[in-house]
Design a protein around this ligand. Structure first.
Ligand SMILES: *Cc1c(COP(=O)(O)O)cnc(C)c1O
Length: 382
């Protein structure tokens, strides 16, 4: 079997795989489109290898079901997409070192800009090629990560950028802290003030955007011209107030590849952090923290075998981990193991895993490494 993307262009000789249901991604996109209506654009955030789902593998399902733009964090991520899909518009939401600007132009990638200096460098390079680079301006309304600071000096700088030959401002955006209603409103108002002031100076700003997944569901009033949706595309629901029916697309699975019988009092894995109180069978599973499974799940993790939840025991290793099969006497080598699924069939879903690992859902999937092959289901088939 051959799979697209990264390390996975080689044949798969491993049972640990990430199965991505493209019908669910398509369904989620359609739900998001229905939620925002036809006048708001959807920028689909596929950074960090599409939140672990495989950016190249999921991009068509996104773009054929309502996506207007793909957003990534880095130039390398953008190039990976453009190599496969030159026609899909791609925005890098992070900053790119100037050394990367030639590639930004080669691939016709939209670049985020937040200083005059970057703008000048990109513009001069573009002019030499007789081209115009599409950019989005990042404006800081309080997150204090990147962006022009919120002051009149920035208005002057952005106005100057808008007049530069070799650049075309295609949008301006900011990002919400999501502290509370009051803080969101303050950021939104600061952003609107800046947009208004810039337009009064004659700056053309075709696309203003502020809302991520949570904001676009919980605060419809902040959707503006475009939303930047990440989590909800993958069926991860971090929102609290609004409603949106999206479904988790990813299942992480493997197979039992070894079974050992041990006696009461014997331990398992490094430092014998776990010992059995009864005679039991230990199943070995060929996945570990190098695949992106949180190592801090020791003592908390459960996987699903034959519809039963089974505890992962002992310290998680880099490439393997062990489960206590004491309560599943029928389990055999080769049995399917759901590491995490969508919650059906007595599986833990990503939400449940994130709670156990004391982190958020995005972190659980973004950390999935390149090692497990991605397998795509479409129309219910591989
Ligand atoms: C990652 C990111 C998003 C998407 O966030 P979700 O919470 O997954 O929707 C949106 N905007 C920016 C700037 C981001 O970095």
């Amino acid at each position: 079997m051959h799979i697209i993307g990264g390390m996975n262009t080689l044949p798969i000789y491993r049972e640990t795989v990430i199965e991505v249901n493209l019908d669910r991604i398509a369904y989620n996109m359609e739900q998001i489109r229905a939620m925002v209506g036809k006048d708001v654009k959807i920028a689909a955030v596929v950074k960090a290898n599409g939140y672990g789902h495989g950016a190249v593998g999921i991009a068509p399902a996104i773009m054929e079901h309502g996506g207007d733009l793909l957003c990534v964090a880095t130039l390398t991520e953008a190039i990976e997409l453009k190599e496969t899909y030159p026609e899909y518009p791609v925005l890098i939401m992070g900053l790119t070192p100037k050394e990367g600007f030639p590639a930004v132009l080669d691939y016709n990638i939209l670049q985020t800009i937040d200083t005059l200096d970057q703008a000048k460098a990109l513009a001069s390079l573009a002019r030499k090629r007789g081209a115009a680079a599409g950019i989005h301006i990042k404006y800081d309304t309080g997150f204090h990560r990147i962006g022009f600071p919120d002051n009149p000096e920035s208005y002057r700088a952005i106005e100057e950028i808008s007049r530069m030959e070799g650049l075309k401002i295609e949008g301006i955006f900011s990002h919400l802290v999501l502290l509370d209603d009051e803080s969101n409103r303050r950021q939104y108002e600061a952003f609107c003030r800046a947009v208004k002031a810039l337009r009064e100076r004659g700056v053309v700003l075709p696309c203003c955007h502020l809302a991520d997944s949570i904001a676009s569901v919980d605060y419809p009033e902040y959707r503006m011209d475009m939303i930047r949706a990440g989590a909800i595309i993958y069926g991860l629901k971090g929102f609290h107030k609004g409603r949106l029916d999206v479904r988790q697309a990813l299942t992480f699975k493997t197979k039992i590849n070894h079974i050992t019988e041990i006696k009461a009092g014997e331990g398992v894995s490094y430092d014998f952090m776990w010992r059995t109180e009864r005679d039991t069978r230990i199943g070995t599973l060929p996945f570990g923290y190098a695949d992106g499974y949180p190592r801090n799940l020791r003592g908390k993790a459960k996987v699903t075998i034959r519809g039963k939840q089974v505890p992962v025991v002992g310290v998680l290793c880099m490439d393997q981990c062990m489960v206590d099969l004491g309560d599943v006497p029928e389990a055999q080598i080769g049995d399917e193991v759901i590491i995490y699924g969508d919650g059906t069939g007595n599986t833990l879903d990503i939400q449940a895993i994130s709670v156990l690992a004391e982190t958020n859902k995005n972190d659980i999937v973004a950390r999935l490494s390149a090692r497990p092959a991605r397998i795509y289901l479409k129309d219910g088939k591989m």
